[in-house]
Design a protein around this ligand. Sequence first.
Ligand SMILES: [Zn+2]
Ligand SMILES: [Zn+2]
Length: 244
Amino acid sequence: MSCTKIPNIISLSSTHWLSSFTHWLFPQSCFLCGDISTQVVCTACLADLPYQNAACIYCAKPLKSEKTNSEICYQCRKELPPYTHTQALFSYTYPVSTLIPAAKFQQNLAVLNLLGYLMAQFMILEPRPDVLIPVPLHPKRLRQRGYNQSLELAKCITKETGIPLDNKACKRIKNTAPQTSLTSSQQRQDNVKCAFQIINIKPHWQHIILIDDVMTTGSTVKELALEFKKAGAKRVDVWCCARR
Ligand SMILES: [Zn+2]
Ligand SMILES: [Zn+2]
């Protein structure tokens, strides 16, 4: 993803969402630097966020470490994933590695809404899909956390882009261990095996987008994309807030 898109977000930020975040929680100072700010994250900190650069077109893995001119990473060249394209807004490095846990575990809805808004501004440049499907949480995890962060991100994108959202199309039927607690990619794949069930897929859904907060190895979205493909979806892509 090119960094040339960043100024658009910042200029939009001053005219559009400034007021909506102004009085949320503790918006009188920037969440990151502590300077006085009418936004949850000040304009200077927004410009410094680690927007993702060159990445694999399939899985959004950063390509800088690979000595190749290919747009496809080694792993995807070895075995193509069931999703066609992944768009990640950020690399999962500081300070995004601080913002996302705040949005996910500390109930900081101002940060969560900001991330969703920023995702919408980037993703609106992508080919328009038929529906957004947030990666579901298991009901037990949902009760513990109080909300599904992927659903909240998807709601922001729907609000900004008008792309329909469906939160009932699939469910998580296995209460899996957190993927971050597992070390190998095989463990992560086994962990999410048969974790999802498709409830309803509409005939006009030719192009589905899975919304996730953080993508690490891609095992979760791979499993969910496979289920949607089996259920008849022609194309499944992934939009995530950050890629590890
Ligand atoms: Zn700041
Ligand atoms: Zn890849």
